[in-house]
Design a binder for this molecule. Sequence first.
Ligand code: FE
Length: 231
Amino acid sequence: MNTKALHRITYGLYIICSRNGDKINGQIANTVIQTSSEPPTISVCINKGNLTHEFIKDSGVFTVSILAKDTPLKLIGQFGFKSGRDVNKFEGVNYKLGETKAPIILDHTLAYLEAKVVREMDVETHTDFLGELVGADILKEGEPMTYAYYLDVKRGTTPKSAPSYVDDKKKEAPKMKMAKYECTACGYIYDPEKGDPDGGVAPGTPFESIPDDWVCPVCGAAKSDFQKIEG
Ligand code: FE
């Protein structure tokens, strides 16, 4: 069996939100699909260890905010690399409560779906929630983010499990080239040629010249948590 065949499945990138009473939480997921159209039904697979899993179990509702291709890494990092148990992920984020009283992200969302859980399937580490649509709308026109685009272009990394992965540390870098730095917390790679425009760092800025209070655009780790990638 060649499990690399799994890497040929295509995905989008979404923020899944839910609530527990008045408490709200959300997380990044790529595993949303429409399962049927009459009645319209969607499913999402959520890790059992996540707070959002706990909230969906409790309230029986979830929302899907479909992200635009140009969504900044900061928003994805806030919902993808932090836990709602430690931080309020909604700080500084525009959202509204839907019909289900679960939040819908308004920043960088092209469209949203709201669902009530009608069935769930235990899949070891995850639960696959099947939900009947109770609300949906398009917020703006644009191209949706794909999981591949996020990994390759936005994040600048390809997972080690991917067939296209090339170990940057083994590639020989030209002597005069500015060094790339890797976040030891999440694997994000700072490429001086690209900079971090979302974080106010212009393309062409060497890592050494970035202000000390700059943080990893993906996970929020400090600049000091970065390690030089040796050529
Ligand atoms: Fe990071």
